[in-house]
Ligand binder design. Structure first.
Ligand code: NAG
Ligand code: NAG
Ligand code: NAG
Ligand code: NAG
Ligand code: NAG
Ligand code: NAG
Ligand code: NAG
Ligand code: NAG
Ligand code: NAG
Length: 421
């Protein structure tokens, strides 16, 4: 028996491996002409973004692809000061290279620096409210960010203290950001620009320089950062809106949401208005171009989002998941399909399954019709004649010859029940 089950496991593994490597088709969307630059370095440029006139949506979606020196070209928003690392039309986000600030000031007084220079105050870009943090590395500093009109609204603040000022006593903490040498706090109000304000909480006495970052990534702090010579920038995520009014009453007719199976969604921000486009449930891609939202083939992706432990069939915008022939139950949960052995058709299927395993022959030929030449009747005839080994798969024979007769004898009466259904 072990050999047979090993065979089954192998088949299942092959099946899983195949479905895992099968890739989902990616929609290529050539909005606004074929002469438009659609990538820069390794960053792709989907519409509504573009480089050349006529290739981008009006209102701040123009980019510059600039080569400086020998490296690959780099992509920048509009005027060329904010570097773009990644663009998602599907999620209406851009990832930018967010440069750090060194809060040090010789005088020890409160300092104020601007963050977001180059991002227009009028939008369409706003710091994403769900992913970004303010992280300050330093000794005895309070760092705050302010936004809104005249940068008068306190958005976030945290303090980093170094209690014992001797390096060998480990005053800078140990790399995790717990308030000793480092503090971090979420930024939950999305403005285009902020003022970063640093206050010294003790007499200024040659404390390390420190660094202040606005980033969408969590990272440990290092002594490099403490001494102002750490990484100059980390990525931050901006949300963008396609239009600064609210969605039209009928959300399916926002002119910017050009793809079929797309809809208009109002920005969820507490501090700015505007709307963006999304692909409908069951579709993915770029809602801003015709044909951009493509059906998700849920069956190609055996993920937690699309569970199926039976026969999966993709449908437009959805999928159906049914138990295999002869099994019943809920195919959306593991072991949800049960072969009903008290049920006559179930017993028949079980017998057929055993025969399939022993012979490794295709099941389809005899399942649907009652052809006398079918595998099942052939098998039973050979069993009755004592010639069963003619049809058993050689590898099965090699592995478990002793048990083959036993299983064959079990399979045979099961298959007889079909006629009585
Ligand atoms: C499978 O689905 C998950 C979640 O929806 C997604 O993150 C992943 O990229 C998909 N994988 C493939 C190969 O499409
Ligand atoms: C682009 O290349 C850089 C450096 O090689 C890499 O770190 C980054 O992840 C790449 N970005 C994308 C979107 O592939
Ligand atoms: C981000 O900006 C920093 C500082 O200007 C630069 O050193 C770094 O190379 C940039 N990152 C990328 C991926 O270009
Ligand atoms: C913003 O600053 C301007 C110019 O200093 C001032 O007239 C205005 O009242 C300020 N607005 C708020 C809300 O503080
Ligand atoms: C830092 O110290 C804290 C508190 O003692 C500990 O929980 C954490 O694991 C340490 N982290 C590292 C990276 O050593
Ligand atoms: C909305 O966008 C229009 C056109 O770009 C601009 O004139 C207007 O000032 C914006 N309104 C707000 C509230 O930002
Ligand atoms: C919204 O617009 C679509 C497309 O024009 C139309 O089919 C639908 O009936 C409209 N819905 C409402 C509630 O007006
Ligand atoms: C914003 O959307 C409204 C309603 O969809 C539309 O009438 C208006 O022209 C749009 N504004 C811009 C600047 O595209
Ligand atoms: C099958 O199981 C899933 C997950 O527990 C559940 O959401 C779904 O409603 C079930 N379907 C039926 C038909 O019972």
């Amino acid at each position: 028996m072990a050999g047979v089950f090993a065979t089954v496991s192998m088949l299942l593994l092959l099946l899983l491996a195949f479905s895992a490597t099968a890739s989902v088709a990616v929609a290529t969307t050539g909005a606004a002409g074929s002469s438009c630059t659609r990538s820069c370095g390794n960053v792709s440029i989907p519409y509504p973004f573009g480089v050349e006139t006529g290739c981008y949506h009006t209102g701040g979606f123009n980019l510059a692809c600039i080569t400086r020196g020998h490296g690959p070209p780099k992509l920048f928003l509009g005027d060329g000061t904010v570097q773009v690392l990644e663009i998602s039309a599907e999620h209406s986000t851009v990832r930018i290279n967010s440069t750090s600030e060194v809060p040090f000031d010789d005088s020890g007084r409160t300092t104020s620096r601007a963050w977001g220079l180059g991002i227009p105050e009028s939008g369409p870009y706003f710091l994403s409210e769900s992913t970004n943090i303010l992280k300050a590395i330093g000794c005895n500093i309070q760092v705050s960010i302010l936004g809104g009109v005249n940068k008068s609204l306190l958005v976030s603040s945290c303090s980093a203290i170094c209690p014992v000022l001797t390096p060998d006593s480990g005053f800078m903490g140990n790399g995790s950001c717990t308030g000793i040498g480092c503090c971090q706090v979420s930024i939950v109000l999305g403005y285009p620009r902020y003022t970063i304000q640093t206050k010294w909480l003790s007499e200024f006495q040659g404390l390390p320089l420190g660094a202040v970052y606005i980033s969408d990534r969590s990272f440990d702090y290092t002594s490099d950062m403490m001494f102002g010579i750490g990484p100059k920038a980390f990525p931050a995520t901006l949300d963008w809106i396609i239009n600064n009014s609210t969605c039209p009453a009928n959300e399916t007719i926002a002119p910017e949401c050009r793809s079929a199976h797309s809809y208009c969604q109002d920005s969820s921000s507490a501090v700015h208005e505007g709307y963006l486009c999304r692909c409908s449930k069951g579709y993915e891609g770029n809602p801003y171009v015709t044909g951009g939202c493509q059906d998700i083939d849920e069956c190609k992706n055996s993920s937690k989002s699309y569970p199926c432990y039976g026969d999966c069939k993709n449908t437009p915008g959805s999928y159906v998941c049914l138990c295999h022939n002869g099994f019943k139950g809920n195919a959306s949960v593991p072991n949800g399909c049960q072969g009903r052995l008290t049920d006559k058709s179930g017993v028949f299927s079980f017998g057929v399954l055993l025969i399939e395993l022993l012979t490794r022959k295709q099941p389809f030929l005899y399942r649907s019709n009652g052809d006398d030449d079918s595998l099942v009747s052939h098998f039973i005839k050979l069993l009755a004649q004592g010639n069963i080994f003619d049809i058993i798969d050689p590898q099965v024979m090699e592995e478990e010859a002793g048990e083959v007769i036993e299983i064959a004898t079990l399979a045979s009466p099961c298959t007889k029940l079909r006629g009585e259904d």
